[in-house]
Design a protein around this ligand. Structure first.
Ligand SMILES: Cc1cc2nc3c(=O)[nH]c(=O)nc-3n(C[C@H](O)[C@H](O)[C@H](O)COP(=O)(O)OP(=O)(O)OC[C@H]3O[C@@H](n4cnc5c(N)ncnc54)[C@H](O)[C@@H]3O)c2cc1C
Length: 418
């Protein structure tokens, strides 16, 4: 264990998919990196998500007109979007920022920033796959985004146009037969879809993260179990106060603590409107369904992905904070819907899970230096896209830590933007 007077080169707080990617990228450039996590590797959101590298998801959640659509979704307490009544008041400042992000000019700027990060994410992932030899954990099967009706498909056309503008390849499909060619067993009521061939999945997000963490360790990186309680800027270092352990000092600190990151940022004086979009899923065992590609049921806010030969059904957004216990009726509702949409799906023997997506109101992460301490770099708030954007976030943070220009413009990702 390190003693007080020793100053670590770089400490990363959080061993989720973001923290481990950042640690690997820093290590690749010669840094001596120590990762702290209070629970262990991948114990939170990064553990059991849908496993998608969702490179075509460039549209922020706060779309123009969301203010008029959201109340309808909220009417169903087990619908795809929910806010527990007792959490509505604490959530209000975040919601106001969310609605502001949906104003047309802000939305357009957010989309452009997300698209730039996605292009980098796609390239960075391929670099990473080669660097850590992880091709065997990838599925290159694309994504079928399915619409309930011609009306909802037509409503999605502006988004497909945006994708085309940003160089994202897709095919728009019409007719149950065309859909069945890509995914047999889909209920024939579905007649409209878009297929994005460059979308990737990992066969298991937990195994993916474990492989990255193991590679980091084998190359000399250290991951220790400790909770960081507070950060303090010193003249030539940052002090980390740890729960039940001595103080640690580091020349640079990366905050990658997922949905809890704002609490740490606050100890430096940074006020960041981070909330959690809690999401739910059920993982069904091998043989549950012959899934050929990642399915997204756009009008219902859930996805179906292949995990280790089994099938994971999940999604939903519950803006309910970090303390409330999970309400697994949400995963059950999604599973019942999936059984209607995929009539051959065997729904028995599943494992339910809830995870805390770390989300900022404009759907963009914070990647950049703390406004109150230049030795601290924030890397959190990736919402629905943490797995997708993790390799790119690692590359960006490694550039910042070495004081060289980042590969994309980081202004839209600044901690000061709210
Ligand atoms: C149902 C669901 C499905 C999803 N599907 C996808 C998908 O298909 N594709 C995709 O790209 N994204 C998906 N996501 C989002 C993705 O899971 C998250 O964006 C991502 O996991 C966030 O990673 P993270 O490393 O920032 O946070 P986390 O994985 O939550 O890791 C944060 C870590 O920090 C540690 N920590 C927190 N506070 C402290 C502290 N004070 N001291 C020490 N350690 C601390 C925690 O123990 C934890 O290990 C999904 C999320 C959910 C919930």
């Amino acid at each position: 264990m390190l003693r007080d007077e020793q100053v670590q080169d770089i400490v990363v707080i959080g061993a989720g998919i973001i923290g481990i990617n950042v640690a690997l990228a820093l290590q690749r450039h010669g840094a001596d990196v120590l990762v702290f996590d209070r629970t262990g590797v991948g114990a939170e959101a990064s553990q059991s998500n849908a496993g998608a590298f969702a490179f075509s998801d460039i549209v922020p959640l706060a779309t123009p007109g969301v203010l008029w659509r959201a109340p309808r979704w909220l009417l169903d307490p087990l619908g795809p979007l929910s806010i527990p009544p007792s959490y509505a008041l604490p959530l209000l400042p975040w919601l106001l920022r969310f609605f502001r992000a949906s104003l047309p000019d802000r939305y357009a700027a957010g989309l452009a920033a997300q698209a730039a990060l996605m292009t980098l994410s796609r390239e960075a992932l391929e670099r990473q796959v080669a660097n850590v030899d992880a091709g065997h954990l990838l599925l290159r099967e694309g994504q079928l985004q399915i619409f309930d009706s011609e009306q909802t498909f037509r409503a999605s056309l502006p988004v497909w146009e945006e994708r085309a503008r940003h160089g994202i390849r897709f095919d728009l499909l019409h007719g149950a037969d065309a859909l069945a060619k890509l995914q047999p067993g889909l209920d024939p009521r579905f007649k409209h879809a878009g297929f994005t061939p460059d979308w990737l999945n990992t066969c298991d997000p937990a195994a993916w993260l474990a492989h990255l963490a193991e590679t980091f360790r084998q190359r000399g990186g250290r991951i220790e179990r400790a909770e960081v309680v507070a950060l303090k800027a010193e003249e030539n270092s940052v002090h980390l106060r740890l729960s039940g352990r001595e103080v640690q000092s580091a020349r640079q600190v990366i905050v990658a603590a997922g949905a809890w990151s704002h609490h740490l940022a606050r100890t430096l004086g940074d006020r960041i409107p981070l909330e959690t979009e809690r999401g739910y899923n059920t993982t069904l065992p091998e043989g549950a369904f012959d899934l050929r590609t990642h399915l997204t049921f756009s009008d219902h806010g859930f996805v179906v992905s292949r995990i280790n030969g089994g099938v994971r059904v999940g999604g939903a957004v519950e803006l309910g904070g970090l303390r409330r216990p999970p309400d697994f009726r949400r995963s059950q509702v999604l599973l019942a819907k999936a059984a209607r949409f995929l009539p051959g799906l065997r729904t028995e023997g599943g494992t339910e899970w809830m995870g805390f997506r770390p989300s900022l109101p404009d759907s963009l992460p914070i990647i950049g230096r703390s406004p109150h301490c230049a030795r601290v770099i924030h890397a959190f708030g990736h919402g629905h896209l943490g797995l997708t954007q993790a390799a790119a976030t690692g590359e960006i943070v490694a550039a910042l830590a070495r004081d060289i220009p980042a590969p994309i413009d980081l202004t839209p990702f600044s901690a000061n933007r709210f």
